[in-house]
Design a protein around this ligand. Structure first.
Ligand code: NDP
Length: 791
């Protein structure tokens, strides 16, 4: 073609990537791979194999082993044996291994990129310039965390063996997100890659060998969902980290309930991409290309819902369509391709069927007239307008190169639309008015917010969701916490049941009958069911009758918390003042509360007073922290900053321990409300009267209505209602094992965050165990807000 012709058409030539080294690597293994267990590749004659294909042309790339129960057992055993000595290495020694892995991946980066694109179908431009550099960055960054464990995380230790299950959309990157922090923290791992895309994990196994990683520290077990399930349900695994669909995440939550396994879930999304009329429109269009057509839209945090301000919507759609016509779909190994292949035919069909439903519901479709190969799994970039919030497409994750568009008029409409989803993963906000963008950021329910940018990731910045997008963070110090447990945890003992006292005399202590009621929305409230239960003192005297709460009472209390958003949005200084005021009022009534404790527990006057004074001190502690749990400014390798802002969970259900009627209650209430949560408290049956006495303190301490609500009754029955309640965002449970299991299982439906004690008791007087970082972390979620610099 003449230069003149090239200049006229401005067309791209073909720029194919060389696949020789990747193919040589596959042939070097006879295109057949065993499991990587205990530092070696193992092939068992009895194992079955499945094929992995290049989705761009349907060619078979290799045969992969279907992991069996025996494979998983052997891998978990190897990981268990290796864990102790791995954790005992100094941070520096672990750092050297992680550094070496980073270096080795860097040295073979092109091989990794080509293999990833062959196996997954993603454009080589993306695997080469985004996936693999981020993988390398993750191992470097976490070499740093291994080193700094003793400095920065001295109160924490490794959890043990981590079972990790990853999806096919970012095979090597998701593996790095899981393995790097796990190893840095001193855990060992058994990781299962997705069936469609196991190859780079197996190449990584060879890197582990080259780095001289001790045997059993990393084990890669290939296979399908059944193998994943074997990992999830293995009794010797202490932590499960999962990335994938919300449906499987929910199942894993149910299956791990009550096992004591720690769990982090990174699930689906339906993230909003909000464009205000003052945005730099051309930049926003380019951002949108990255948001929804990066990785063929097979991205959990894809900006799949465009929300554009009505005043610019027509112009924006026009420009967007023009840009879409320039997107090149084709061979992923062509360096000038924008959109590669969909990972598998089943995914391609799923995308097509969802789009069909959208059109049937009235959406208008635009697909540019682009050409792509006849064979292979390809799907054109697609825009759907005229979509209504109730439409299937507005709610379901499509997981393909399909964008839906809706319009809004005001910032508050934009927030309402953005939050009108069961997911809460990410959000992009485009406006030249930084004040507006920063005002929006805390209002959208999402773990990550990108201002005037999109799909930014870095090892130093946490990533993860809220609501049905899962819980837990990957990256940064939050990601390290996900692989650590407080050192005190292993010393916690199974709680002895505290029985209610038997009634010996029918005489009430009070000369005039007292009827403590529930405390809902700042008011005393009679139980809906009209049932009461007797409270008996340690001496066997009838102290009072208190209400037995039911589903309706819990619903009313949750309703009251929904109206108390002012508490979450008020200044931390104000929250601190209220907590100090609660302490002040309790200090005025030490004698009275000590007497209550005495009669409820039979403790000595001295011990009872000690509990009241400890409660006052704890209130002071959380008042102090209310304005001191600062976030962080992460320095990421872009021109800009990431603000890591701790946010309240929102509406919390708190089920209190049987021990220490006042201190247990106060510790949990103060920790949660100091961070801006609104709570429904369920005191233990043995201490319910104490909690009801306490609302007199709340009433006189300027606690706004609805911030603290107290319902008494059967602890586990009420906990079940809280766990089932869709609007309760997080639940803490301090009770028996049965209740812990039930709470975790029930919360699978709404995927709320849980913190349960699995029947273990703690010393509420011991500050190291019963206050501090872990409580604050459990009371908050970190939102990472990316704000680039420059014009
Ligand atoms: P899955 O959630 O099914 O798969 C994710 C991982 O979990 C894979 O390794 C899978 O194995 C494994 N797995 C499947 N079932 C179980 C189980 N019962 N127990 C333990 N592990 C299991 O996602 P899919 O790949 O099937 O994709 C389906 C949809 O999920 C997509 O259309 C998309 O909407 C969403 N998705 C979301 C992702 C995200 O990052 N949020 C990533 C991938 C998908 P295997 O693949 O080998 O069967």
């Amino acid at each position: 073609m003449s230069i003149m012709k090239i200049l006229e058409t401005m067309d791209y030539g073909v720029a194919p990537e060389n696949t020789d080294e990747a193919m040589d690597w596959l042939h070097g293994h006879d295109k057949k791979f065993g499991q990587f267990i205990n530092g070696e590749f193992i092939q068992d004659k009895k194992n079955k194999y499945f094929n992995t294909y290049n989705p761009a042309n349907g060619e078979k790339l290799a045969e992969i082993t279907q992991g069996t129960k025996k494979d998983v057992d052997v891998a978990v055993k190897a990981a268990n044996i290796a864990q102790d000595s791995w954790a005992k290495l100094s941070g520096f020694q672990r750092a050297k291994y992680l550094y070496s892995i980073a270096r080795l991946i860097q040295k073979h980066s092109r091989l990794f990129s080509v293999l990833e694109s062959l196996d997954n179908g993603k454009p080589i431009r993306e695997s080469r310039d985004i996936d693999i550099p981020l993988v390398i960055r993750h191992f470097y960054h976490h070499a740093g965390w291994a080193q700094l464990m003793e400095d920065k995380l001295d109160d924490y230790e490794a959890i043990g063996v981590a079972g990790q299950i990853i999806p096919w959309n970012f095979p090597l990157l998701m593996m790095a997100w899981k393995i790097a922090p796990a190893l840095a923290a001193g855990n060992t791992v058994v990781l299962k890659p997705a069936e469609y895309t196991s190859l780079t994990a197996l190449l990584f196994a060879e890197i582990c060998q080259q780095a001289g990683l001790p045997k059993g520290v990393v084990n890669i077990v290939t296979g399908d969902g059944k193998t994943g399930s074997l990992i999830v349900n293995h009794k010797d695994i202490n932590k499960i980290a999962f990335t994938g669909s919300t449906a499987v995440g929910r199942l894993i939550r149910e299956q791990t309930a009550g096992t004591g396994k720690k769990l982090t879930l990174e699930l689906g999304g339906k993230s909003a991409f909000i464009v205000f009329d003052d945005a730099d429109i051309d930049s926003a269009i380019e951002g949108l290309v990255d948001a929804i057509w990066f990785n063929q839209g097979q991205v959990c945090c894809a900006g799949s819902r465009l929300l554009v301000q009505e005043s610019i919507a027509d112009r924006f759609h026009e420009k967007l369509k023009a840009r879409m016509t320039k997107l090149r779909v084709g061979n992923p190994l062509d360096k000038s391709i924008d959109i590669g292949a969909i990972v598998d035919e089943s995914q391609q069909k799923q995308i097509a069927s969802l789009v069909k439903i959208g059109i049937e519901e009235g959406a208008e479709i635009f697909q540019p007239d682009c050409s792509f190969p006849k064979v292979g799994c390809f799907y054109p970039p697609t825009l759907l307008t005229e979509v209504d919030t109730s439409h299937h497409l507005a709610q379901e994750e499509i997981f393909g190169p399909v964008l839906i568009s809706m319009t809004f008029r005001t910032p508050s409409e934009a927030v309402a639309l953005a939050n009108n989803t069961r997911y809460g993963l990410a959000c992009s906000i485009w406006s030249e008015n930084i004040n507006l963008a920063m005002d929006m950021a805390p209002k959208v329910i999402a773990g990550v917010v990108w201002i005037n940018c999109t799909n930014q990731f870095d090892a130093a910045a946490g990533f993860g969701g809220k609501k049905e997008s899962g819980f837990g963070r990957e990256g940064g110090i939050e990601g390290m916490y996900a692989y650590l447990k407080p050192k005190y945890e292993k010393k916690l003992k199974v709680a002895k049941a505290i029985k209610s006292f038997e009634l010996k005399t029918k005489n009430s202590l009070a000369t005039v009958d007292r009827t403590p009621k529930f405390y809902i929305g700042g008011k005393q409230s009679r139980p809906d069911g009209g049932y009461s239960q007797a409270v008996v003192s340690a001496k066997g005297e009838l102290l009072a009758h208190i209400g037995k709460g039911n589903r309706k009472d819990i619903r009313n209390a949750v309703e009251a918390t929904t109206k108390a958003t002012g508490w979450t949005n008020t200044t931390a200084h104000n929250r601190a003042q209220v907590l100090y005021f609660i302490a002040e009022n309790l200090a005025l009534r030490v004698d009275e509360f000590a007497t209550h404790i005495q009669s409820l527990t039979g403790n000595s006057k001295k011990d009872a007073e000690k509990e009241v004074y400890a409660s006052i001190e704890r209130l002071f502690y959380y008042a102090a922290y209310a304005d001191k749990l600062d976030g962080a400014v992460h320095t990421v390798p872009v021109r800009g900053v990431v603000l890591a802002m701790p946010e309240a969970n929102g509406i919390m259900g708190i089920v209190c321990p049987d021990e220490c009627p006042l201190l247990g209650f106060v510790s949990l209430m103060a920790a949660s409300i100091s961070m801006g949560n609104r709570v429904v408290m369920i005191p233990s049956e043995t201490s319910a009267l104490m909690a009801l006495e306490f609302y007199q303190i709340l009433e006189t301490s300027d606690v706004p209505a609805g911030v603290v609500n107290i319902i008494t009754g059967d602890k586990n029955e009420l906990a079940q209602v809280l766990a089932d309640h869709y609007e309760v965002e997080s639940i803490w449970y301090f009770g028996d094992q049965t209740g812990s299991t039930m709470v975790e299982k029930a919360s699978a439906a709404s995927l709320k965050r849980t913190w349960v004690n699995n029947g273990k008791s703690r010393d509420w007087f011991d500050n190291k165990v019963s206050q501090g970082k872990e409580f604050l972390n459990q009371a908050t979620d970190v939102k990472n807000i990316w704000t680039p610099y420059g014009e």
